[in-house]
Structures are given as C-alpha cells and as structure tokens.
Design a protein around this ligand. Structure first.
Ligand code: ZN
Length: 194
C-alpha cells in the first residue's frame, strides 16, 4: 500500500539519546506530546537501542492534529474594541492574517511567560504594574480563544500569582503588554515564521 508504513519496517536515523546513527523499527504505540497530551495508535519509529521515538509516519499526522485540537481549552472573555483592533493590526502586520489575532497574541504572551522562571517573573511584574487607558474601557467585544493545555496551565499559574485580577483582565493585560514587552514580541515573531 503506497505511503502506508506497516509494523516492523526499519529505517536508519540519528538518535539524540544514543548520540549516533541507529536502526529504528516502526510500530503503533503511544506518543506523548510536549504539552503532555498522549496520542494512541501512532505509527512511529523507535530506536532499537534506547526506545526513543525518532520518526512519526505521515499516516499518523492527522491523529496527532486531532488529539491536539481536542485537548485545547476554550476561554471566553470580553475586551474593548480598540484593544481588539490593536491585536488585529499587529497580527496582520506579522502574519498577513487578522483572523484569530487575539488568540495569536495571547498565546505568544503565555509562551513567553512559560519560557523560563526569569521571563515568567518579568512578565508578572509587567502585568501587575501595567497602566494604560485602554484597560479601563468597557469590554464590549466578546472573544473566544483556544489554548493548548500547557498554556492554559500557564494562565492558571499567572492568575494565582496575580490574585484579585480576573482572567479577562489578565488576557487584556497580556495584549497591552505585547506592545512593549520584548519577550512577547520575540514569541510573536517566531510564531509568525512557523
Ligand atoms: Zn537511541
């Protein structure tokens, strides 16, 4: 069958774990994603020496995308229209696409916070001291975004540390912070290139 790999097929691949070229054998099994989500029945090539997953077969890519999509956490909040405009102008400038702009910027902010303890602290300080007239405007524009589980956990941790600040307010602050915070700008640029 063209393009479909059967269990037992072998390849040669470089294994980071073993530090050399090894033979790897394809079989169905679990794949644990970076976010912690586990996907079943993935055809992947496993290092014959150490068991590390070295390749994922094309035939399983859709199962992985589906598992990622299902694991996303939905967040609803409201934001002032001018802040939404800012997000759309910014995303359009970076990606050529205004759709999904708020989600794009929020994810970049949370990813920046997740990057290291240092950037988490820098961002916390920025979010708690932020002052911008746009933050006191009424939240007249409803927004729904999806967050991967790891970013949703990052959001929960920010909310715990910024006690008293609502989730909606943190989302709005993340958007405002993205205008000045270099660590968020870096994440936006690398996400735009991906
Ligand atoms: Zn290995």
């Amino acid at each position: 069958m063209n393009g479909i790999i059967l269990p037992g097929e072998k390849i040669e691949a470089e294994c980071d774990c073993c530090g050399e070229f090894v033979t790897a054998t394809y079989d169905y099994g679990k794949l644990v994603l970076q976010s912690g989500v586990t996907v079943d029945k993935v055809m992947r090539a496993v290092c014959d020496v150490c068991g590390e997953v070295l390749e994922v077969a094309h035939q399983s890519v859709h199962r992985i995308s589906e598992a990622k999509r299902k694991s996303y956490v939905k967040k609803n909040f409201r934001l002032p229209q001018p802040l939404k405009d800012y997000a759309e102008v910014k995303a359009l400038e970076l990606t050529g696409e205004a759709r999904g702009a708020v989600e794009f910027l929020v994810r970049a902010g949370l990813r920046a916070s997740q990057r290291s303890v240092r950037s988490h602290k820098a961002l916390l300080a920025r979010l708690s001291s932020l002052q911008d007239p746009i933050l006191s405007l009424p939240g007249d524009s409803p927004e729904t975004i999806l967050l991967p589980q790891d970013l949703s956990r990052e959001m929960a941790s920010l909310q715990k540390e910024l006690h008293g600040v609502s989730q909606s307010d943190i989302f709005r602050r993340l958007l405002v912070a993205s205008e000045q915070e270099p660590i968020i700008q870096k994440e936006m640029k690398s996400a735009a290139r991906a």
